[in-house]
Design a protein around this ligand. Structure first.
Ligand code: HSE
Length: 440
């Protein structure tokens, strides 16, 4: 049978990795897909640039429209990134009835509803396994492997750069800026590293995971997003002393009144498996009613791990080329006419336990005053620690853990605590998740 011809939009890290994996595993991939897969054309910004892959047999061109309009090409692989030109090209490829494989999480999170509607209309597939958690086949696991379950919660480390920075800060007591520079040099960070450290990249990925887990539309703007940029080394150390580790988590949680979507630094118990995920590795914990908890771990970025997911998508698309579009796996796991009405909860409705650190006057009655404000707000304290102050200091540092409380209530209470005369400056507040097997 004739090989399937594909065109690449972009031949950088992921595009180059894809070419290498397709070449190295050509025969096995053909045995799986039923046909050989051949890269025939690639759009590149700079044809003279050194590549991580060979380009023999691939026609390089400067204009990506040539690729999406090329009548010989059946599948377009989009690895340009971003939401500008990439969106236009993907929609144009779909308009030309080509299938698309994309690693572009921003495109799917922001424009996925439009892209999938267009694909549905034209009877083509848009596959996006590589958009979330690099090489971990998490989309397939949730969309297909867990299709018999009611999924309750997802908690994932889905940004390798943030996880790398947090790991280095804790292990080597290095400052944030120092480690970020290294992550950029190692090629893990996004082109705009603020996307990594401010949680935007993780929020893109969480948006996608929540849609396929709960059958809700993609709603990036509803994700409450915080990054790791403001984290202090001392909170990482206090968390350790209390038996916790700080991880940057994306959490999607089905509650009785709607779904919580939030991305933020989180204290997780040190004995939990997610606490052991170090460096640029990713991990996604999924809790569902029939299977219980399942955990997926692997490389979240890098040329070949991401290419592994791109090629798996290519194999899926090739296998489905002759099937009736109505009988294919739906893009977002649920049939497009069977989406859930479940809304996304407002930030203040989310519930979690909290870690608080504050500086207070060191004299009798201060702790009672703070505890009274929290008590009046219905916030129950689980533990209080007073780390030793520097010699001769007239202030005390207080570190507290609370039981679960709604975010709105905690925010109100923190405002009142900060206004107390005995409290100096802002209270550092971080969420704590115990990640126990307790749905809703
Ligand atoms: N910048 C991303 C990360 C790359 O650090 O995880 C993969 O999406």
């Amino acid at each position: 049978m004739k090989p399937v011809r594909i065109g690449l939009l972009g031949l950088g890290t992921v595009g180059g990795g894809t070419v290498n994996v397709l070449a190295r595993n050509r025969e096995e991939i053909a045995r799986r897909a039923g046909r050989a897969i051949e890269v025939v054309q690639a759009a590149v910004r700079d044809p003279g640039k050194a590549r991580i892959c060979g380009t023999g047999g691939i026609a390089l061109c400067g204009d990506p429209v040539e690729v999406v309009d090329n009548p010989d090409i059946e599948i377009v692989v989009e690895v340009i990134g971003g939401t500008g030109i990439a969106r236009e090209l993907v929609l144009r490829a779909i308009g030309n009835r080509k299938h698309v494989v994309t690693a572009n999480k921003a495109l799917i999170a922001l424009h996925g509803n439009e892209v999938f509607a267009a694909a549905h209309e034209k009877g083509v597939t848009v596959a996006f396994e590589s958009a979330v958690a690099g090489g971990i086949p998490i989309i397939k696991a949730i969309r297909e492997g867990l299709a018999g379950n009611r999924i309750d919660r997802i908690a994932g480390i889905v940004n390798g750069t943030s996880n790398y920075i947090l790991s280095e800060m804790r292990e080597h007591r290095r400052g944030f800026d120092d480690v970020l520079g290294e992550a950029q040099r190692l090629g893990y960070a996004e082109e705009d590293p603020s996307f990594d450290v401010e949680g935007v990249d993780a929020a893109h990925k969480l948006t996608i995971l929540a849609a396929i887990a709960f059958g809700i539309p993609l709603q990036f703007s509803r994700v409450h997003t915080e990054g790791i940029a403001g984290l202090h080394l001392e909170d990482i150390a206090h968390a350790e002393q209390l038996g916790y580790r700080i991880r940057h988590l994306g959490i999607a949680w089905r509650r009785p009144g709607g779904v919580e979507l939030r991305v933020h630094p989180t204290l997780v118990p040190r004995r939990h498996l997610l606490a052991s995920v170090d460096g640029v590795m990713n991990a996604v914990l999924v809790h569902a009613d029939a299977v219980g908890s399942t955990l997926y771990y692997g490389a979240g970025a890098g040329a070949e791990p991401t290419a592994s997911a791109v090629v798996a998508d290519l194999v899926d698309v090739v296998r489905a080329l002759t099937t009736d579009p109505e009988n294919r796996v739906p893009h977002l796991a649920f049939q497009p006419d069977a989406m859930s009405e479940l809304g996304v909860l407002d930030r203040d409705e989310a519930g979690s336990a909290w870690y608080l650190r504050m500086t207070a006057a060191d004299r009798p009655g201060v702790l009672a005053e703070i505890a009274t404000v929290l008590g009046e707000a219905g916030i129950s304290i689980e533990a209080v620690v007073q780390p030793e102050p520097p010699r001769g200091a007239h202030f005390a540092k207080l570190v507290m853990l609370t039981h679960t409380v709604s975010e709105g209530r905690m925010r109100d209470a923190l405002g009142r605590v900060e206004r107390l005369d005995v409290v100096d400056g802002e209270v550092v507040a971080l969420r704590v998740e115990h990640l126990e097997d307790c749905p809703a």
